[in-house]
Design a protein around this ligand. Structure first.
Ligand code: KIV
Length: 275
């Protein structure tokens, strides 16, 4: 009997080989039921630290602890079968040293079973990315608008001034040479994102960047209409926020009017009746 466990999941090498081919479809997921719904339609499920705001009502991604990422990473792995699952390393879990980054990434991979981690930063993180990649941790990098740095830089679109382009290009190259298998370009003017996409040999995944990236990612709750004011580049594919609100209002009316299912239908179990 072979001891090799075969996976149906998209692997990191197969993901990397999608450079310049059919566009990569990626969405965020934070829970098992949502992962189950999205899994058949996507190549990549990202357990993004955006869960701090989207699920936990935090003001930014900065307070998100590593334990929370592991907890949601486990749920998404349980709910999915075929997508490559990548888990974000949260702020404070990797910037101090390459050793700290390795300890955090190893915990995430061992405790969730995910195949890769994502971290924010360009050339400044190259040393860390190389250290991880050489030790078996596939890394997806993230440049442009970096939400973990919002206290320093705000939520500013990258590349509006042509002066920023050379250093963004240098970030991309440093990340690629360090061994990252892919790179997220967030909040970046299309011309710059196109230049980085055309010059790098690893897939670029855009969010608010350019339609010509090798793939696209969105925060799922944004496209489902669950977030009141999503970023302007997000197209809403559903209006679940309004649907949930209408369902809750209809339920409240039923409860108040005592219009409720007969007890014998509850849970499909017949109640015990007195003889
Ligand atoms: O945290 C997140 O959801 C992300 C995506 C927006 C790329 O990093």
């Amino acid at each position: 009997m072979s001891a090799v466990v075969k996976t149906k999941r998209l692997t990191v090498p197969r993901f990397r080989a999608r450079k310049g081919k059919t566009p990569i479809v990626a969405l965020t997921a934070y829970t098992a039921p949502m992962a189950r719904l999205l899994d058949p339609h996507v190549d990549l499920l990202l357990v993004g630290d955006s869960l701090g705001q989207v699920v936990h009502g935090m003001e930014s991604t900065v307070p998100v602890p590593l334990e929370l990422m592991i907890y949601h990473g486990q749920a998404v792995m349980r709910g999915s079968d075929t997508a490559l699952v990548v888990v974000d390393l949260p702020f404070g879990s990797y910037e101090e040293s390459r050793e700290q980054a390795f300890r955090s990434a190893a915990r995430v991979m061992k405790e969730t079973g995910c195949a890769a981690v994502k971290l924010e930063g360009g050339a400044v993180m190259a040393d860390t990315i190389r250290f991880l990649a050489e030790r078996g941790v596939p890394v997806m990098a993230h440049i442009g608008l970096m939400p973990q740095q919002q206290n320093l830089k705000g939520y500013k679109v990258a590349g509006r001034s042509a002066e920023e382009w050379p250093s963004a290009m240098a970030d991309g190259r440093a990340i690629e040479q360090a061994g990252a298998f892919a790179i997220v370009l967030e909040g970046m003017v299309p011309g710059l994102a196109d230049q980085i996409t055309s010059k790098l040999s690893i897939p670029t995944i855009g969010i608010g960047a350019s339609a010509n990236c090798d793939g696209q990612i969105l925060v799922t709750d944004d496209l489902l209409g669950l977030i009141e004011a999503p970023p302007s580049f997000v197209r809403r594919y559903a209006d679940l926020g309004a649907d949930i609100s209408a369902a809750a209002a209809a339920y409240a009316l039923d409860v108040q009017a005592r219009r409720f299912p007969a007890p014998e239908h509850t849970y499909g179990v017949r109640p015990v009746t007195a003889a």
